[in-house]
Write a protein that binds this ligand. Structure first.
Ligand code: ATP
Ligand code: MG
Length: 454
């Protein structure tokens, strides 16, 4: 196993505490990740100095969560979350401890942490690793094990159940059997956890190298039914054609395949949610074969609802919903240029590559066989040719604008919007029509149809 090496500036950081007669340990994820030889996100410190004392020791300190004993120290290009040793008592709201008691020992501080692999501490000046709970042993065995009695720890904070799944998924570890067995009994506690905290963990599961690992653990423990019931409803929904999986296994396989396109949360969410409307859209044809007409519309609506519930930022939700809504395109070489222009106008030129990546994930998820990445090349070439021609693809590219239309007596408002849309349709069909004279002529002829008096 790799040895712990703390960056030089951070040893100097610890020196500041020691010169003041205080202790400083590095704790948590940084130790876990560096012992695994993984890149370290951030170095968190724990100290017996009280938050006010830490404020006095450094020039740049942000009082991030001073009530809970946490401040962020900016030090030589690093930003170190520094928390005073503490114990926690009373978790009545399943979220934040009611009281935080300072004046605790390092041992007590480690006892309140969630999993053994997260409950080690390292003194960089003495080079001493404090590992009371067997974190190194569990790292070697690749196990996520609760510190102390699992049921009690999950009852203190319901989010820990989902965190166990998240770490197993991120690190490709197993959850130790007694820890795993305690999760179903703690779901009532998990249901009291805020949407934001659930979302943060879900994001990290989806950004794992193989997200299905975490998703299957969620399903197995009952967490999926609680947090993402729309997905659980896809279990057992069988499909025909090229599909060999039911809808849920197809979604798992698609999300795993989407990991081939980098760490793209929007794409992973779109891959996970693109078919969630299938159970509702399902109908049985006369031949007994199930159909899922317009399932992308159901899926898009349900994805929007699900993501709002989990408080995803609006921009993320919109991007995911757009990809889900557009995922059922079927290009054929017989498409006219007008059809290609309509496609780009509808999808948006900036979303084409993301939609293609979603298609690749979707195709790969049908039987778990990676799709040929060149499959969409002919379509991509057609699109590139269209973009090169710089023809109008949106209302803002038209040779006339609202002001021009106002001059011929079309007032601002919904009618003007509809007239501009019809002009765009005309120009998508035939780019040669995109001149001021021609479009004003057409607008004059059609305005009556939209209730504008001649
Ligand atoms: P990551 O690399 O994903 O940030 P991390 O281990 O640093 O992983 P954080 O959520 O940043 O995870 O938490 C830092 C440390 O605080 C954890 O390693 C763990 O010791 C402790 N911790 C965090 N959340 C909890 C919790 N809900 N219950 C108990 N201990 C926790
Ligand atoms: Mg962290």
């Amino acid at each position: 196993m790799p040895v712990l090496s703390v960056p030089r500036e951070l040893r100097e950081f610890a020196q500041v505490f020691s010169s003041a007669g205080k202790k400083c340990f590095f704790v948590g994820g940084a130790l876990r990740d560096s012992l695994l030889g993984r890149p370290v996100n951030d170095w968190d410190a724990a100290t017996d100095a009280r938050p006010e004392e830490v404020l006095g020791l450094f020039r740049k300190v942000i009082p991030t969560g001073i009530k809970h004993g946490t401040v962020t120290v900016l030090w030589k290009g690093w930003s170190v979350e520094t928390t005073t040793f503490r114990t926690e008592a009373g978790y009545s709201d399943a979220r934040r401890p009611d009281q935080v008691a300072f004046g605790a020992s390092l041992e007590e501080d480690l006892e309140r942490r969630d999993f053994t692999v997260n409950a080690m501490a390292f003194d960089p000046l003495e080079g001493r690793l404090v590992d009371i709970h067997g974190g190194q042993k569990d790292l070697a065995a690749r196990l996520i094990r609760a510190v102390g009695e699992p049921a009690k720890r999950f009852d203190e904070d319901g989010l820990r159940t989902l965190r166990a799944v998240r770490f197993a998924s991120q690190l490709d570890f197993e959850i130790e059997p007694a820890t795993l067995a305690a999760i179903p009994g703690a779901l009532a506690r998990l249901s009291g956890v805020s949407a934001e905290r659930l979302r943060d963990e879900l994001e990290r599961i989806l950004l794992s190298p193989r997200p299905s690992k975490g998703l299957r653990l969620m399903e197995e423990t009952g967490i999926l039914g609680l947090v993402l019931p729309e997905l659980l409803a896809c279990r057992g929904v069988e499909q025909k054609g090229l599909h060999v999986f039911d809808v849920l296994d197809h979604l798992y396989a698609s999300v795993d395949a989407s990991a081939q396109s980098g760490e793209d949360l929007v794409l992973r969410l779109a891959a996970l949610l693109h078919d969630i409307g299938k159970p509702r859209a399902k109908a049985i044809g006369e031949d007994g074969i199930p159909t899922f007409y317009r399932h992308e519309e159901y899926s898009a609506r349900m994805a929007a609802e699900l993501m709002r519930r989990l408080r995803f930022p609006n921009a993320t939700t919109e991007a995911v919903v757009h990809l889900v809504a557009q995922h059922m395109f079927f290009y054929e070489p017989a498409w006219t240029d007008a059809a290609v222009r309509r496609f780009v106008a509808r999808v948006g030129r900036d979303s084409v590559e993301a939609l293609f990546a979603l298609r690749r994930a979707d195709t790969s998820g049908m039987a778990g066989i990676p799709a040929d990445p060149r499959l969409l090349d002919p379509f991509r070439e057609r699109i590139e040719a269209i973009l090169k021609a710089e023809d109008a693809l949106g209302i803002k590219d038209l040779a006339v604008g609202g002001r021009d239309l106002a001059e011929i007596g079309i007032p601002k408002g919904p009618a003007m919007g509809r007239i501009l849309s019809e002009l765009l349709e005309t120009v998508l069909d035939d780019p040669a029509q995109n001149s001021r004279g021609t479009l004003l002529g057409i607008a004059g002829k059609i305005k009556g149809k939209y209730g504008v008096s001649p």
